[in-house]
Design a protein around this ligand. Sequence first.
Ligand SMILES: *[C@@H]1O[C@H](CO)[C@@H](O)[C@H](O)[C@H]1NC(C)=O
Ligand SMILES: *[C@@H]1O[C@H](CO)[C@@H](O)[C@H](O)[C@H]1NC(C)=O
Ligand SMILES: *[C@@H]1O[C@H](CO)[C@@H](O)[C@H](O)[C@H]1NC(C)=O
Ligand SMILES: *[C@@H]1O[C@H](CO)[C@@H](O)[C@H](O)[C@H]1NC(C)=O
Length: 966
Amino acid sequence: MTTRQSGMLLVVLVLSLPGLIHSFKPLFNSNSFTHREITRTAVLQKTAEVCRDIAASKGLDFNLIIDNNLSAGKVQRACSSMDTFTSFVSTIKFETAIASMYLSNAAVDAIFLLSAAHHFDDETFQGGRDIITEGASVVKAHAKIENYFRGRLTLGQICHTLQDFYSHSNWVELGNKAPYSALIRPDQPLKNLAGQNTPTCRSCVGENCTNNILPDVLNQGLLTSGYFSIISSSKPTGKCSHGGFFDRTSRRDPVGGINKDTIDSSHGFRHNEAANLAIRATMELLEDVRLAAGDTNFMRLMGLSQSPVLCFVIDTTGSMSDDIDEAKRVSFEIIDRKRGTGQEPSGYILVPFNDPDYGPIVMTSNADVFKGQMNSLTAAGGGDIPEMALSGLQLALTAAPPFSEIFLFTDAPAKDAYLKNTIIALIESTKSEVTFMLTGSSAGRRRRRASQGVAPRVMSRSGAQLYQDLAEASGGQAIQVTKSELSLATSVIVDSSASAVVTVFQASRNPGRPDNFNFTVDGSLQNITAYITGDSPLTFSLTSSTGVSQTSSQSSGPLASVTTAGNLRRLSLNTDNETGLWQLSVSSNNPYLVKVTGQSSVNFIYNLVEEHEGAHGDFSVKEGRPLSGGNASILVTVTGSETVKVTEVTLFDNSGPTEVKGSLQSLGSSDFLVTFSGIPAGEFVLVLKGEDSSSTSRSTSSSFQRQASTQIKTSSISVTAQANNTNIEPGTTISIPFTVAATTDGVITDSATETFTVRVSNDRSYTSTSPSSVTTVAGSGGKANGTVTLTAPSSAASGTDVTLTIEAENAAATDINYVVLRFSVTAKVTDVNRPVCQVVTTSTCDSTSLLCSSSQWEFIANFTDGINGTGIESVTIRQGNGTLNMSTVVEAGGENITLVTYTASCCSPIVELTAVDSVGNVGICVGQARVLTTPASAVQTTSTGGYTLNISTILWLNVVFSVLLK
Ligand SMILES: *[C@@H]1O[C@H](CO)[C@@H](O)[C@H](O)[C@H]1NC(C)=O
Ligand SMILES: *[C@@H]1O[C@H](CO)[C@@H](O)[C@H](O)[C@H]1NC(C)=O
Ligand SMILES: *[C@@H]1O[C@H](CO)[C@@H](O)[C@H](O)[C@H]1NC(C)=O
Ligand SMILES: *[C@@H]1O[C@H](CO)[C@@H](O)[C@H](O)[C@H]1NC(C)=O
C-alpha cells in the first residue's frame, strides 16, 4: 500500500470513527476527571457562590459548604431555602441545564475532531482564544434575549476548548497555580508564546515523559501546546506532541507527548492539577457571563429556576372568542397566584395563528408584557376551516425550552397537516409535551351555539385524530369539550403549572379495548391526579393498594373526586397513606389515553447517546430515532433524591405490549448509562423503577416508578449530517453534507437500492436548498449523500438561533428518520474592550462620628466604552447598598460618558460597580469612602500635603490603571 493510499484509508477510518477523542474524556472515565465532571463541578460551585452572594445581600443565612462534593440537589435546596414559597424542590430543570452544557461540551470532540483550535492543539493559542471569546459574546447575546437553552449549548462548547487548554498546553508544567485569564479576555495580549521555530520538547525516555519539556522553555516561561494528528506524523522541528495511541506526530522525534487528558496520559501525573485548573477557569468564565447577564438571568441560564414556561398557541379565528377569554382567565390566574414566588413561570410564550397567518411569537419573562399581548388577542375573520395550527405549534416548539408544556387552543382541524412528521421530530428532540384544547363540535355530536353567537366549527374524526397522535407522541392529551365546558378542562393547565409535576404512568389504547393498568404510588408523591381521555361510552374503576375500589358512577368516593368535561375525566386521588400498587380498569371500545401524574422531587431526565467506536470509546448525544433492531444507549440522571436505587429501566411499547429491559451501568452520583440491544420496531416510552430508601414512615413500600412523557420511535432509516461549524455570520451561507441509508437490524443494508424523499425545514424560514430526494445505488455501500445549504439573512440579529431539520422518508412513506442541527447567527464582535472608569470624587466619612448611620458618603465616576465601543448599557452595584444615579453626557470628542453618582451610608464604605457594554464586555470599579481620621492621625495627613491619600485612593489608581491597561 502506498502512503497516499494508507492516508486515504485513515481519513475514511477517521470519518467513520468519530470517537478518536483527544481531550479530557467527554463523559465517562472511571479514574480521571471528564469534561462532564469538570463542567458540572464548575457550574454547581459558581451557582452556589451566586446564591451565597444573593443571600448575603438580603441578610439571609446560607449554610452550604462550597467544595467539589456539591450535588444539584444540595445547591438547589440551599438556593431555594431563600424562597419560602417553594413546597416541592425539583432539580429537573437544573439537571437538564447541566446535562445540556456537558453534552454540548462533549459534542465538540465529534464536530470539531480535526480542528486544532477547538482543542488548543498545535500551539493555536490565538485561534483557541478567539473561539472562547467569540463564543462568550454569543452566550451573553443569548442571555440578553433570554434564550437560555441556546446559551447553554454555546457555553458548553466553549467550556470544552477552555478546559482543553489546561490539558493540552504546558500551562500547568510552567508552575501556574491559577487559570490563564487572558483566555477569556479578548482585549489582553497572549504573551510569552513559544515562537514557531522554537523547539519545545525532547523525546521521552521510553514511556517516561516526566521531563520531556525543554528546560529553556520552562525557564523562560514560554507557552506551548502539543501537536496532534491522526493522519500525518509531520510537525514543526522540535515541537511537543499531544501523545497517545492515535497521535501520529508523537511517534516522530521528539517522541512522546504532554497531554494530561487522563491519569494514564503522557503527562497524566499532572492530570489532577490540570483538571482542577480547568474547573477554576470554567468558573472564571461563568463569572464573566454572570457579570454581563446579571444574577437573575445568570441563574436562569444555569437552569436554576423552579418553574417551567407558560406556553400558549391560540387560534384567533372569529369563533374562538370564548376560548381566548378562557385562555386569558386561566393564564392570568396562574400568573397572579405565583407572582413573586419561586414558582412564577420563568417565561411566557404566546403564538397566535389563523389562516393564512401564524405568529409572530411573543417570548418574554415579563408577566405584564404577556398579559398585554393576551389582552390584545382578538378573534376575527376566518370561519372557514382549516387553520395553520401546526405552523403555530412549530414556532412554539422551537422557541420553548426543552421539557416545556405547550397548550394549543383551536376549534378547527389543521390545514398544514403535512407538518406532522416535522412536529413529531421536534417533540422528540425537545421532549416537550403538547396538550390540545379542542372546542370544535365533533362530527357526530349535536352542534351547540357559542355564547358570542358564532357557531363552533366541525372537527372531523380525522381532524381530531391528528391532534390525538401529536398529543400521544408527546405525552400530552387531546381534550375535546364544548366551549361552555372549556373552563372545567383548563384545570389540566393549572395542574401542570404546579411545581415538580412528574408522570407516574401513561398508556393509550387505539383502537380502544377494555384493559387494566397498574401503577405504583410511592411515599414522595402528593396531589396525584389521573386523567382518562376518550369518547363515551367509557367506564372505569380504580382500586387502591389496600383493595378499596371506586367506580366511574361515583363522582366523589373513597379514592378520588372526579370531574368530567367533554372527553376528559380528571380524578383527584386521596392517596395520603396508601402507597403501593394501584389498578385502573378502563372499559371502552373507543380510543383512549390514561395518564397518572403527581408532585414529587424524585424524577429523571434522559438523553439518547451514541457510542463512538474506537479505542477510547465514548458517547455523544444522538438526535433522531434509534434504529429498529439495533442497539441504543440512554444516559439517565435521577433527580431529587440521593437515596434512590434504580432497579430497572425499560423501553415499553404499550401497543404490544413489548418490553425491552436495559442493562444498567452506574456512572457515579445519580447518573446511569442504560444500554438496550435489539430494539424491535415500535413506539416506546422509557419507564424507570426503583427503591427510595429515604421514604420512611407511613409507607409499606418504598418502590417508585416514573415514566418519560415523550415516545421514542424506532426507524429503519439512518440519517446522519455534520456541520463543521455551529455559527453562521449574517449574510452568509453554510453547506451541510448529509447521508441517508436503509438499515436492517441496525446495520446499513449495503446492497439496497432505494429512493428517499428528503424534506428540509428550518424554524426561521431562512433560505435553504436541498435535493428533494436521494437514492442509494449499487457500489455506494448503501449510502446516499446530499448537501443542504442554509443562508442567514444579513438582517439577522446576533444571538438569533436557527434549528435545521433534515428528514428522510422511505419510498413507501411508512418510515421516517431525521437529524436536528442547531446554529447560532453571530455577527463578528469588534468591540473587545471593557468599559473603563475614572473617579471624579470620593467623599469622606468621619470616623470620629460614633454613629456611621448618621453620615453619608458620595462617590462620583465617569464610565466610558471608548470611541469605537458599543456603548455602556448598564451600570449596577455589585457590592454596597447605596443608591445609584446615572446620566449620559457627550464629550467634545463625540464619546459618550456615563456619569455615575453613588451615595451610601458611611456604614457601607465600600462600593463595587459593574459596567456592561452592549456586547457584554464587563468593567469593574471599586471605591471606598475616605476616612476623616482622628486628631492623632491627622499629623500624618499634613505630612502628605493636607490630603489623605489613603488605601482606597491607591486602590483606585490601581483599578483605573489596570482597567485602562487591560
Ligand atoms: C521518570 O524519569 C524521572 C527522571 O527523568 C524519574 O525521576 C522518574 O522516577 C521516572 N519515572 C518512572 C515511572 O520511571
Ligand atoms: C397488575 O397487578 C396484578 C396483581 O397485583 C397482576 O396480577 C397483573 O398481572 C398486573 N397487570 C399488569 C398489566 O401488569
Ligand atoms: C397539593 O397538596 C398540598 C398538600 O400536600 C396542598 O396543600 C395543595 O393544596 C395541593 N395542591 C393542589 C393543586 O391540589
Ligand atoms: C389513612 O389511614 C388512616 C388509618 O390508618 C385512616 O383512618 C384514614 O382514612 C386514611 N386516609 C386516607 C385518605 O385513606
